[in-house]
Write a protein that binds this ligand. Structure first.
Ligand SMILES: Nc1ncnc2c1ncn2[C@@H]1O[C@H](COP(=O)(O)OP(=O)(O)OP(=O)(O)O)[C@@H](O)[C@H]1O
Ligand SMILES: [Mg+2]
Length: 241
Protein backbone atom coordinates (compact mmCIF):
# COMPACT_ATOMS: atom_id res chain seq x y z
CA UNK A 1 0.00 0.00 0.00
CA UNK A 2 1.36 3.43 -0.92
CA UNK A 3 0.42 5.78 1.91
CA UNK A 4 1.22 9.42 1.17
CA UNK A 5 3.44 11.20 3.70
CA UNK A 6 2.16 14.58 4.87
CA UNK A 7 4.11 17.52 3.41
CA UNK A 8 3.75 19.24 6.77
CA UNK A 9 2.92 17.75 10.14
CA UNK A 10 2.30 19.82 13.27
CA UNK A 11 2.38 18.10 16.65
CA UNK A 12 1.13 19.57 19.92
CA UNK A 13 1.77 23.24 19.08
CA UNK A 14 1.20 25.68 21.92
CA UNK A 15 1.96 29.39 22.02
CA UNK A 16 1.19 31.80 24.85
CA UNK A 17 1.63 35.56 25.10
CA UNK A 18 2.14 37.54 28.32
CA UNK A 19 2.42 36.41 31.93
CA UNK A 20 0.16 36.03 34.98
CA UNK A 21 -3.24 37.75 34.78
CA UNK A 22 -2.75 38.83 31.17
CA UNK A 23 -1.50 35.48 29.88
CA UNK A 24 -3.25 34.38 26.67
CA UNK A 25 -2.95 30.93 25.16
CA UNK A 26 -3.26 31.91 21.49
CA UNK A 27 -2.60 28.38 20.17
CA UNK A 28 -3.41 25.45 22.43
CA UNK A 29 -2.02 21.99 21.68
CA UNK A 30 -2.74 21.99 17.93
CA UNK A 31 -1.83 19.01 15.77
CA UNK A 32 -2.59 18.77 12.06
CA UNK A 33 -1.34 17.31 8.79
CA UNK A 34 -1.16 18.96 5.37
CA UNK A 35 -0.66 17.05 2.13
CA UNK A 36 0.60 18.10 -1.31
CA UNK A 37 -1.85 19.23 -3.99
CA UNK A 38 -4.44 20.40 -1.47
CA UNK A 39 -5.88 23.72 -0.50
CA UNK A 40 -6.79 23.98 3.18
CA UNK A 41 -8.91 26.60 4.83
CA UNK A 42 -8.39 27.76 8.41
CA UNK A 43 -11.45 29.44 9.89
CA UNK A 44 -12.46 30.73 13.29
CA UNK A 45 -13.58 33.85 15.16
CA UNK A 46 -11.38 36.93 15.46
CA UNK A 47 -8.74 36.32 18.13
CA UNK A 48 -9.04 32.51 17.92
CA UNK A 49 -5.34 32.16 17.03
CA UNK A 50 -5.40 31.76 13.22
CA UNK A 51 -2.59 34.23 12.43
CA UNK A 52 -0.52 32.92 15.33
CA UNK A 53 -0.88 29.32 14.13
CA UNK A 54 -0.03 30.32 10.54
CA UNK A 55 3.09 32.14 11.77
CA UNK A 56 4.25 29.07 13.72
CA UNK A 57 3.61 26.67 10.82
CA UNK A 58 5.47 28.94 8.41
CA UNK A 59 8.55 29.34 10.60
CA UNK A 60 7.97 32.97 11.57
CA UNK A 61 6.97 32.62 15.25
CA UNK A 62 8.50 30.25 17.78
CA UNK A 63 6.03 27.92 19.56
CA UNK A 64 6.39 27.39 23.34
CA UNK A 65 6.12 23.67 22.70
CA UNK A 66 5.39 21.26 19.88
CA UNK A 67 6.95 20.44 16.52
CA UNK A 68 6.52 21.35 12.86
CA UNK A 69 7.89 18.61 10.60
CA UNK A 70 8.12 19.86 7.05
CA UNK A 71 9.70 18.02 4.10
CA UNK A 72 11.60 15.82 6.53
CA UNK A 73 12.90 18.69 8.70
CA UNK A 74 11.80 19.78 12.17
CA UNK A 75 11.77 23.48 11.26
CA UNK A 76 11.95 24.73 14.85
CA UNK A 77 15.12 22.67 15.42
CA UNK A 78 16.92 24.45 12.56
CA UNK A 79 19.18 27.42 13.29
CA UNK A 80 17.77 30.88 12.49
CA UNK A 81 19.86 31.04 9.30
CA UNK A 82 18.86 27.54 8.17
CA UNK A 83 15.19 28.29 8.83
CA UNK A 84 15.41 31.54 6.86
CA UNK A 85 16.96 29.69 3.91
CA UNK A 86 14.31 26.96 4.17
CA UNK A 87 11.51 29.53 4.16
CA UNK A 88 12.95 31.34 1.15
CA UNK A 89 13.31 28.10 -0.78
CA UNK A 90 9.96 26.49 -0.10
CA UNK A 91 7.45 29.00 1.27
CA UNK A 92 5.35 31.79 -0.19
CA UNK A 93 3.49 34.16 2.16
CA UNK A 94 0.55 36.46 1.81
CA UNK A 95 0.35 38.54 5.00
CA UNK A 96 -2.68 40.16 6.62
CA UNK A 97 -1.00 43.53 5.91
CA UNK A 98 0.50 43.53 2.41
CA UNK A 99 4.18 44.20 3.24
CA UNK A 100 4.92 45.66 -0.20
CA UNK A 101 8.07 47.72 -0.80
CA UNK A 102 6.93 51.35 -1.15
CA UNK A 103 9.62 52.28 -3.70
CA UNK A 104 8.96 49.43 -6.14
CA UNK A 105 6.35 49.22 -8.88
CA UNK A 106 3.89 46.31 -8.92
CA UNK A 107 5.95 44.62 -11.64
CA UNK A 108 9.22 45.06 -9.72
CA UNK A 109 7.73 43.52 -6.55
CA UNK A 110 7.15 40.26 -8.46
CA UNK A 111 10.26 40.39 -10.64
CA UNK A 112 12.46 40.87 -7.60
CA UNK A 113 11.33 37.55 -6.11
CA UNK A 114 12.22 35.72 -9.31
CA UNK A 115 15.43 37.58 -10.21
CA UNK A 116 17.08 37.85 -6.79
CA UNK A 117 15.29 35.13 -4.83
CA UNK A 118 15.28 32.38 -7.46
CA UNK A 119 17.97 33.46 -9.93
CA UNK A 120 15.53 33.44 -12.87
CA UNK A 121 16.98 35.23 -15.95
CA UNK A 122 15.58 38.68 -16.78
CA UNK A 123 13.43 37.77 -19.81
CA UNK A 124 11.79 34.79 -18.14
CA UNK A 125 11.20 36.79 -14.95
CA UNK A 126 9.51 39.52 -17.03
CA UNK A 127 7.36 36.96 -18.88
CA UNK A 128 6.22 35.15 -15.71
CA UNK A 129 5.58 38.45 -13.93
CA UNK A 130 3.45 39.83 -16.77
CA UNK A 131 1.51 36.56 -16.98
CA UNK A 132 0.79 36.63 -13.23
CA UNK A 133 -0.18 40.33 -13.23
CA UNK A 134 -2.57 39.71 -16.07
CA UNK A 135 -4.09 36.65 -14.32
CA UNK A 136 -4.73 38.96 -11.36
CA UNK A 137 -6.36 41.61 -13.55
CA UNK A 138 -3.40 43.96 -13.05
CA UNK A 139 -2.05 43.87 -16.61
CA UNK A 140 -2.26 47.64 -16.92
CA UNK A 141 -1.05 48.46 -13.40
CA UNK A 142 2.46 46.99 -13.50
CA UNK A 143 4.14 50.43 -13.57
CA UNK A 144 2.38 51.74 -10.43
CA UNK A 145 3.82 51.89 -6.88
CA UNK A 146 1.83 50.74 -3.81
CA UNK A 147 0.65 54.26 -2.89
CA UNK A 148 -0.89 54.59 -6.37
CA UNK A 149 -2.83 51.32 -6.03
CA UNK A 150 -6.17 50.70 -4.32
CA UNK A 151 -6.34 48.38 -1.27
CA UNK A 152 -7.61 45.46 -3.34
CA UNK A 153 -4.97 46.05 -6.03
CA UNK A 154 -2.22 46.04 -3.39
CA UNK A 155 -3.64 42.80 -2.04
CA UNK A 156 -3.52 41.27 -5.51
CA UNK A 157 0.12 42.37 -5.98
CA UNK A 158 0.95 40.68 -2.65
CA UNK A 159 -0.78 37.51 -3.88
CA UNK A 160 1.12 37.66 -7.18
CA UNK A 161 4.39 38.06 -5.33
CA UNK A 162 3.70 34.91 -3.29
CA UNK A 163 2.49 32.77 -6.22
CA UNK A 164 4.85 33.86 -9.00
CA UNK A 165 7.67 31.66 -7.69
CA UNK A 166 5.34 28.63 -7.67
CA UNK A 167 6.14 27.85 -4.03
CA UNK A 168 5.98 24.35 -2.57
CA UNK A 169 3.90 25.83 0.28
CA UNK A 170 1.82 28.97 0.32
CA UNK A 171 0.52 30.48 3.58
CA UNK A 172 -2.12 33.13 3.04
CA UNK A 173 -3.64 35.20 5.85
CA UNK A 174 -7.00 36.57 4.70
CA UNK A 175 -5.86 37.03 1.09
CA UNK A 176 -9.28 38.17 -0.10
CA UNK A 177 -10.32 40.48 2.76
CA UNK A 178 -10.00 43.69 0.69
CA UNK A 179 -11.58 42.25 -2.46
CA UNK A 180 -15.12 42.12 -3.77
CA UNK A 181 -16.28 38.58 -4.45
CA UNK A 182 -15.58 38.71 -8.20
CA UNK A 183 -11.91 39.46 -7.52
CA UNK A 184 -11.86 37.29 -4.38
CA UNK A 185 -13.12 34.32 -6.37
CA UNK A 186 -10.40 34.86 -9.00
CA UNK A 187 -7.77 34.78 -6.26
CA UNK A 188 -9.25 31.64 -4.72
CA UNK A 189 -9.24 30.00 -8.15
CA UNK A 190 -5.56 30.93 -8.56
CA UNK A 191 -4.75 29.42 -5.16
CA UNK A 192 -6.70 26.27 -6.10
CA UNK A 193 -4.81 26.03 -9.40
CA UNK A 194 -1.49 26.38 -7.54
CA UNK A 195 -2.54 23.40 -5.39
CA UNK A 196 -4.23 21.14 -7.91
CA UNK A 197 -2.13 21.92 -11.01
CA UNK A 198 1.32 22.81 -9.62
CA UNK A 199 1.10 20.47 -6.60
CA UNK A 200 1.57 23.19 -3.96
CA UNK A 201 0.26 22.87 -0.43
CA UNK A 202 -1.87 25.92 0.34
CA UNK A 203 -3.17 27.02 3.73
CA UNK A 204 -5.57 29.95 3.66
CA UNK A 205 -7.00 31.84 6.63
CA UNK A 206 -10.37 33.27 5.65
CA UNK A 207 -13.69 34.36 7.07
CA UNK A 208 -15.71 34.30 3.88
CA UNK A 209 -17.64 31.02 3.78
CA UNK A 210 -17.98 31.35 -0.03
CA UNK A 211 -14.41 29.98 -0.15
CA UNK A 212 -15.41 26.76 1.63
CA UNK A 213 -16.52 24.81 -1.48
CA UNK A 214 -13.07 25.40 -3.05
CA UNK A 215 -11.16 23.92 -0.10
CA UNK A 216 -10.16 20.28 0.14
CA UNK A 217 -10.42 20.45 3.92
CA UNK A 218 -11.50 23.02 6.50
CA UNK A 219 -9.91 23.48 9.93
CA UNK A 220 -11.80 25.37 12.64
CA UNK A 221 -9.99 27.10 15.48
CA UNK A 222 -11.75 28.25 18.62
CA UNK A 223 -9.88 29.77 21.57
CA UNK A 224 -6.65 28.38 20.15
CA UNK A 225 -7.93 24.79 19.87
CA UNK A 226 -8.67 22.93 16.70
CA UNK A 227 -12.18 21.54 16.41
CA UNK A 228 -12.54 18.31 14.52
CA UNK A 229 -11.46 19.07 10.96
CA UNK A 230 -14.01 18.69 8.21
CA UNK A 231 -14.39 18.21 4.50
CA UNK A 232 -16.37 21.04 2.80
CA UNK A 233 -19.42 18.75 2.50
CA UNK A 234 -19.46 18.19 6.27
CA UNK A 235 -18.99 21.93 6.79
CA UNK A 236 -22.08 22.60 4.70
CA UNK A 237 -24.11 20.08 6.73
CA UNK A 238 -22.88 21.62 9.99
CA UNK A 239 -23.77 25.17 8.82
CA UNK A 240 -27.29 24.03 7.87
CA UNK A 241 -28.02 22.35 11.21
N1 LIG B 1 2.33 39.68 19.83
C1 LIG B 1 1.30 39.44 20.65
N2 LIG B 1 1.33 39.83 21.95
C2 LIG B 1 0.32 39.56 22.79
N3 LIG B 1 -0.82 38.90 22.42
C3 LIG B 1 -0.90 38.49 21.15
C4 LIG B 1 0.14 38.74 20.18
N4 LIG B 1 -0.24 38.21 19.00
C5 LIG B 1 -1.46 37.66 19.19
N5 LIG B 1 -1.86 37.83 20.49
C6 LIG B 1 -3.13 37.35 21.07
O1 LIG B 1 -3.36 36.01 20.68
C7 LIG B 1 -4.72 35.78 20.34
C8 LIG B 1 -4.82 35.25 18.93
O2 LIG B 1 -4.44 36.27 18.02
P1 LIG B 1 -4.40 36.02 16.43
O3 LIG B 1 -3.85 37.25 15.82
O4 LIG B 1 -3.69 34.74 16.18
O5 LIG B 1 -5.96 35.85 16.12
P2 LIG B 1 -6.71 35.68 14.71
O6 LIG B 1 -7.55 34.44 14.82
O7 LIG B 1 -5.73 35.75 13.60
O8 LIG B 1 -7.68 36.94 14.70
P3 LIG B 1 -8.20 37.86 13.44
O9 LIG B 1 -9.29 37.07 12.76
O10 LIG B 1 -8.76 39.05 14.16
O11 LIG B 1 -7.03 38.18 12.57
C9 LIG B 1 -5.43 37.11 20.57
O12 LIG B 1 -6.06 37.07 21.83
C10 LIG B 1 -4.30 38.13 20.54
O13 LIG B 1 -4.59 39.23 21.37
MG1 LIG C 1 -5.41 37.15 12.05
Amino acid sequence: MNVEEPALQALGLTRTFGEGETKTTAVDNVSLELFRRRMYLLMGPSGSGKSTLLAILSGLLHPNSGKVNCLGKDIWKLSETEREAFRRKYFGFIFQGYNLFPALTARQQLEMVLRWGEGVPYREARRRTDEMLSLLGLGKKGHLRPQQLSGGEKQRVAIGRALVKEPVFCFADEPTSALDWAHGEQVVELLCAAAHEQGSTILVVAHDSRIVPYADQVFHLEDGSLLESQSPAMHALRSES
